[in-house]
Design a protein around this ligand. Sequence first.
Ligand code: SAH
Length: 628
Amino acid sequence: MSTAILYITNNGLTLAKRLKGLYPDAKILKFKSEAVSEFWNEYRNLIFIMASGIVVRTIAPLIKDKKTDPAVVVIDEVGKFAISLLSGHLGGANKIAEAIADFLGGEAVVTTASDVNNMPPIDLWARENNFVIDDWDILPQVGTRLINSGALRVYTEVEIKIPDEFLKVAEPRFGDVLITNRKDVYLSRPTCNYAAGEQCSTSACRVKSQLYLRPRNLVVGIGCNSGTSEKEIEDAVKKTLEENNLSFSSIHSIATIDIKANEHGLAAFAKRHNFEINAFTPDELNTVQRVEKSEAAFKATGAIGVAEPAAIISSGNDKLLVQKQKIGNVTVAIAEKRSAVSGQQSEKKGKVYIIGTGPGSIEHITPYARNAIRKSDVIVGYDTYLDLIRELINDKEIVSTGMTQEIDRCKKAVELAIEGKTVSVISSGDPGIYAMAGLVFEIIRAIERQSGSAEYPNKNFLPDELSHCSAAALSVEVIPGISALNACAARLGAPLMHDFAVISLSDKLTPWELIEKRITSAAMSDFVTVLYNPKSMGRPEHINKARAIFFKYRSAETPVGIVKGAMREDESVIITNLRDMLNYDIDMQTTVIIGNSQTFTWNNRMITPRGYEKKWSNGVMEQWGLKG
Ligand code: SAH
């Protein structure tokens, strides 16, 4: 049982029952302050529906630390606020509060600084990467540094992908966070002789407190005589680590020979620290070359060695970090596990985000799209659009060619993703509206077809080294953006309140006869009509022809909106009519919206009625004391 919902009043009970929709397994309990201590260790999440004061008083004596305390969330009786009170990050209270607020239509109250500042919390990030935090007391200081400076400097000896808000640094002394299995990264440096306040030239000084995060990447090979005690084994391991400046927290697992896997002392040591034991047969151990061979071990076990070959096989590394140490009845050797990231390089899957960045200004990009851009290694797009989001992509690799080379750009994006990169293909507006999304899919499909299987051929299309790649391995995500029609309609008022048609006047990829046919259909059917690409390059007469068609079916007074550069610095918004529309400047940055027979203008707005006039005629206006 992991969630309990505690209530006091009947309203509280009603809300608790509603929350069952979100947490079907939750237990609903009537609150009694003396009973809470029992629940404290029993449930991972405690949701209190009552005043936060009651909760604070009740749980105060029970709180121990953020590693073990349950998540505590408090909700008011009407479900307006869900407060993440305790264990926001590690315990997950922030997520629970957000889920509840979402479910009840209320608001989550989250006060942990990193969330408020949209920063990745260090503790959660460490846990996700399976790093052990060595000294929890330093965490708040380092967290504050992250929030104040907006960046956290990370020195790492393992290959990891770090969040954008973290900066990788090459030297430990510059780091706020040190990711290493070395106990002390400064140990091998000369000691500093400078008096406090003087400039240190040896870089031996720790200028600020640094947080060690321990990757669990040490495999400890252990051999021991029968009957060796747990304590003797533990002491031997600790001594070996200590002498070699390695951290106990970085132990990933134990490796040994099969007959020792159930040796009492060894099993107890592993169990106490939650270490997995990987045991190998003598034959397996004997496959390892270049280890110290032991006659005694061979006689006793049939293996030429135990600690060293077991550590090597188990770690997947062909070198030892620490050669065999014999300490009393125990032999210890240590190898570093091959980094998961580099080890899996060949399987790394690329990703293509096809992103719409909205009509212009950076505020109109969705946060989701922004994040995807930040997560990308490479940005592919047309220069003019990239300029609009320059501040987001300054540090990225950019692939940008002229407007007419869309196919080249998309192909390049797909190739880079196949190499394993995360690539953002940028379109303005929405990427699926007269933009790049379809093209990217068409290219991927073409590659697959060409090969006749999921394997890429290397003929014509892709470089040789990509021939092994599978199209299926590519993950593609389309991320929507605000299209010109949304932006322009918003600027004009509410012209798209009724059925509308969208037509591009560009005949670059569509024959003009077909475009004309569609304009005629839309005009005949009284659709409000949105015209994209109103002036094709080199074909200025398209908009004139379109207007002529509408003239046949609609009155000269029909409202027409002309919006240029919506949501950009040079935005212009004009409301005119079918008769006068050609008196205004219409170019490639413009969208034209032609109203239907009902569209009207009012206070410099263009409005298409939805059909509420029927409601008005039913007397609603009179009820309000207004004339219809
Ligand atoms: N994918 C884009 C459309 C690309 S086609 C989208 O969803 O918005 C290019 C046409 O879009 C332009 O010729 C113009 O008609 C229209 N357009 C794009 N951005 C615009 C803006 N900020 N204001 C007005 N029209 C715009």
